[in-house]
Design a protein around this ligand. Structure first.
Ligand SMILES: [Zn+2]
Length: 455
């Protein structure tokens, strides 16, 4: 009912003179707010009332925080969405993290609206029992900073109040391309500094970062700085091909070639400094849309289809290695490793730890391609393998240097096979049976002692 009333009010506002449409905070907050010039867009004041309303009415899934303040002291609201009754997924593993921001450029209304819609879609879906929305919020945290440049937004300008282009103000090759108004130094502006500080404090392990703009209908991945494809080109190309095959034919290109060279952007910073898969989502530049969730959802339906796909599949946007088997034969360890994710990794290694956690043996680095498997072999001295130790697998989530490291102890369902070729018999054991493993390890250590005595 509130939405319907808001829609009627907004449609009336759209046709009456702007002088009569001054924002009145005592009125029911309305999307998108009053007309400014020929556009209709949401003011920061209306957004503030609305996101607080979301938090009040949906405490189970909405956690509202401020990432800091704009140059003129306006809060930079982050809507955090998840099923907050559960700290982890139902199976006990960590939730995936998605970061979204909108409104770097205060005159790019539809991009900001897409960030708003990305929050509202999941809130409405949760409340309506939508299976996809429930599944997403039970398994992920969505952190959405809807309006990064409220000062610029309220006067309908690209720049912030200091006349700085916020999307050239990040600390990644700052001011190294032909550009205008990048600021006096990287993070000279309150808005970009707050955004980076929030990212660093709360979403360092994000597996998706989408920053939303308006201009040409296109999705851009790194780099803006260089024409070359980024180290994780396989991941970006897989996402491009999946979106184009089944969701939308929106062009998806690296920013430098798809748009023009640009430096100090949040996209290049998010990828190059934080290691996230990052996308700039540019909606087209039609500014006017009538208010209400329904109308906006209709206007940005295809863009939301893409967002829902990216969010729904965030589990895949990294390397996800599983060791299928380990075989130790005559001093050589062979590992079959499968990658369930869609990013490659180049820095994987296996370690054997004793029960005190001390590393007794570590393999050289090896790589595993995206959606692929690999078999690697290493020389291992049997004396390096303790009776009651454990195996660790270490790797980076993506190829880019900045990406997060994963350190996992191999799970107890792993089958470890020990083969002693010299003796002409084979010992095959699963870790399902701890006694079998201990027996096996003792067997190995006895053999290895015998060899030592012979030397
Ligand atoms: Zn923009």
């Amino acid at each position: 009912m509130r939405v319907a009333v808001g829609l009627v009010v907004c449609m009336m506002l759209a046709v009456i003179p702007s002088a009569a449409a001054q924002y009145d905070p005592t009125q029911t907050p309305m999307w998108p707010g009053e007309p400014v010039d020929s556009h209709v867009h949401m003011t920061w004041a209306a957004l503030t009332m609305e996101v607080n309303d979301w938090a009040d009415q949906n405490p189970d899934i909405v956690d509202l925080v401020s990432a800091g303040k704009s140059e003129l002291g306006r809060d930079l609201w982050v809507v955090r969405l998840s099923d907050w009754s559960m700290e982890t997924k139902a199976n006990g593993s960590s939730k995936e993290i998605v970061y979204i921001d909108g409104g770097h450029h205060g005159n790019e209304y539809l991009g900001t609206a897409l960030a708003w819609l990305s929050a509202k879609w999941y809130i409405n879906g949760w409340n309506e029992g939508n299976e996809e929305a429930i599944n997403v919020l039970q398994n992920n945290e969505l952190h959405i900073l809807i309006m990064l440049n409220p000062d610029g937004n309220d006067i309908d300008t690209r720049w912030n109040v200091n006349q700085v282009d916020l999307n050239r103000n990040y600390d990644h090759y700052w001011n190294t391309c032909p550009t205008t108004q990048p600021g006096s130094s990287a993070f000279s502006e309150a808005e970009t500094a707050a955004n980076a500080a929030y990212i660093d404090a709360h979403v360092t392990d994000a597996d998706l970062y989408v920053t939303m703009h308006t201009g040409v209908w296109i999705i851009l991945y790194p780099w803006g700085k260089w024409p070359e494809q980024p180290p994780d080109w396989e991941l970006f190309w897989t996402i491009r091909d999946s979106v184009n095959a089944g969701v939308s034919d929106i062009p998806i290109q690296n920013a430098n070639q798809g748009l023009y060279p640009n430096c100090g952007t949040s996209r290049d910073y998010g990828y190059g400094k934080m290691g996230f898969p990052t996308f700039t989502f540019e909606t087209d530049d039609e500014q006017f849309v009538p208010g209400s969730f329904e109308n906006l959802n209709d206007r940005l339906a295809e863009e939301m289809d893409v967002m829902r796909f990216l969010i729904d599949n965030v589990w895949y946007w990294r390397a996800r290695l599983v060791v299928q088997s380990l075989t130790l034969e005559d001093g050589v360890l062979t590992a079959d490793v499968i990658n369930h994710g869609q990013a490659s990794t180049t820095n994987a290694s296996l370690e054997y730890h004793n029960s005190d956690g001390q590393v007794l043996w570590a393999s050289p680095m090896f790589g595993v391609n995206a959606t692929n498997s690999t078999t690697v072999s290493f020389d291992v001295a049997k004396s390096d393998i303790d009776v009651d130790g454990y195996w660790n697998l270490n790797y980076q989530k993506r190829v880019i240097n900045a990406s997060t490291w994963v350190n996992e102890t191999l799970d107890s369902n792993l089958t470890v096979t020990f083969v002693e070729a010299e003796e002409g018999f084979l010992l095959g054991f699963g870790l399902f049976n701890p006694l079998a493993v201990i027996f096996c390890m003792i067997g190995v250590s006895i053999i290895s002692r015998r060899e030592d005595e012979n030397n």
